[in-house]
Ligand binder design. Structure first.
Ligand SMILES: Nc1ncnc2c1ncn2[C@@H]1O[C@H](COP(=O)(O)OP(=O)(O)OP(=O)(O)O)[C@@H](O)[C@H]1O
Length: 390
């Protein structure tokens, strides 16, 4: 922590780093520690709303009346300090409706604190992926999910293609997608972001991010390009449509990895079976399958084949068509983990989904809701799920 100190630039809005000293952009409001203490009632555990990789998050009310999410960097996390500094400078320079807004920070003494716009409806991992409506009270119907997917795609497209130099987020995942009062998604946690010089195709860096969302070329060779974010987005997209996490160890091996499952179903022309049964069949089959195919396009093994994010937005909104022949095998985590792929078995949900698929205009699987591999109930439980163990 000792090698960093902060100063305010008197001119220009750009942050700079010289000889290990990192200063903060003028666009960042500097809060007094006293104000942060007051806002959180002296970091009262009652106000704690989350715990992340580099500290606790509190809800607080600032002096100007704004409600904020206050991220307190844990003192022992040296790596976290660097991420903290990066995050301040990255976010302060950019604004978009699908990116979380940084109000400011506190850098008094040893304290390192980020102050964000508070988002009322929590993160996708704590709502959609842990039980959907039953747990969170949020109704994730199809149009809500579609809006979330498109919003995240637009936010990422902005970072990748409109911001100069381009920004690779490096940690796109469900816990980094926050929802506001209207369930509009905001990408958060820019702690791992790196500014991409425009003349570089990739920067080689230490691998950071979250297993399950990591692109193979990034996980194995540490090659970081925008295509790594696009891979992670593809995984997230499939999670949103299927309502399950990319990995579920309670399931038999062949169902454990969402991406692997998606590819198998795609090859069998049964992709519809992956759609969340919790939707009670209330979705447009063609559209949901299109979203899953976009997920597969984004997670293709070859980074070059993955579409850029502005194209992803067009594919999701239907202003551009998917060429089926273009989808190739995804980069699968099992390729690196000596995972034994067993004979495919069919879940009850898949059987019911396919049966109903013969009548796509009135797609309904209400009787099987919550019992399939892709249902929320299954993600958090498991023993009563009708899978055949081998
Ligand atoms: N702006 C915000 N508004 C509301 N809640 C927030 C906000 N930022 C964070 N949270 C809550 O705090 C939790 C922790 O967030 P944080 O970004 O610190 O960690 P994470 O993304 O869950 O994990 P990691 O740091 O390992 O990536 C989130 O899951 C969310 O519930």
């Amino acid at each position: 922590m000792g090698c960093f100190w902060f100063s305010r630039h008197k001119s220009g809005g750009k942050p700079s780093e010289v000889d290990g000293e990192l200063s903060v952009s003028d666009k960042v409001k500097i809060y007094k520690y006293k104000e942060i203490r007051q806002a959180t009632d002296d970091f009262n555990p009652i106000n704690k709303i989350g715990e992340g990789g580099f500290g606790s998050v509190y809800k607080g009310c600032l002096r100007d009346g704004k409600v904020a999410a206050i991220k307190v960097l844990s003192a022992e996390s040296r790596q976290g300090v660097r991420e903290f500094l990066t995050e301040i400078n990255v976010i302060s320079e950019i604004q978009h409706e699908n990116l979380v807004k940084l109000y400011g920070c506190c850098v008094e003494g040893n304290h390192r604190i980020l102050v964000y716009n508070y988002l009322e409806n929590n993160s996708l991992d704590k709502t959609l992926l842990v039980g959907g409506y039953t747990q969170s009270g949020i109704k994730f119907d199809w149009s809500t999910r579609a809006n979330i997917c498109i919003g995240v795609a637009k936010g990422l497209s902005f970072l990748h293609e409109e911001v100069t130099p381009h920004i690779v987020h490096r940690d796109i995942k469900a816990s980094n997608i926050l929802l506001d009062r209207d369930l509009s998604p905001k990408i958060s946690d820019f702690g791992l972001a790196r500014l991409m010089p425009p003349n570089m195709t990739h920067v080689s860096t230490r691998v950071a991010g979250t297993l399950g969302y990591l692109a193979p070329e990034y996980a194995v060779r540490g090659q970081l390009t925008r295509k790594a974010d696009i891979y992670s987005f593809g995984v997230l997209l499939m999670e949103i449509v299927s309502g399950r996490s990319n990995k579920n160890t309670r399931l038999p091996t062949e169902y454990e990895y969402l991406l692997e499952r998606a590819w198998k179903l795609y090859e069998r022309n049964e992709l519809v079976d992956l759609v969340d049964t919790g939707l009670d069949g209330l979705f447009d089959v063609e559209e949901a399958c299109r979203y899953l195919k976009v997920g597969l396009l984004c997670t293709q093994d070859s980074p070059k084949l993955r579409p850029k994010m502005s194209t992803v937005v067009k594919l999701l909104t239907g202003t551009k068509n998917i060429d089926n022949k273009k989808i190739t095998r995804p980069g699968l985590i099992s390729d690196f983990m000596d995972l034994k792929v067993r004979e495919p078995v069919e879940t009850k949900a898949e059987q019911v989904n396919r049966h109903n698929c013969t009548n796509p205009s009135s797609y309904n699987v209400s009787s099987s809701s919550g019992t399939g591999e892709n249902s929320n109930a299954c993600s958090s439980g498991g023993s009563s799920v009708p899978f055949r163990k081998e």
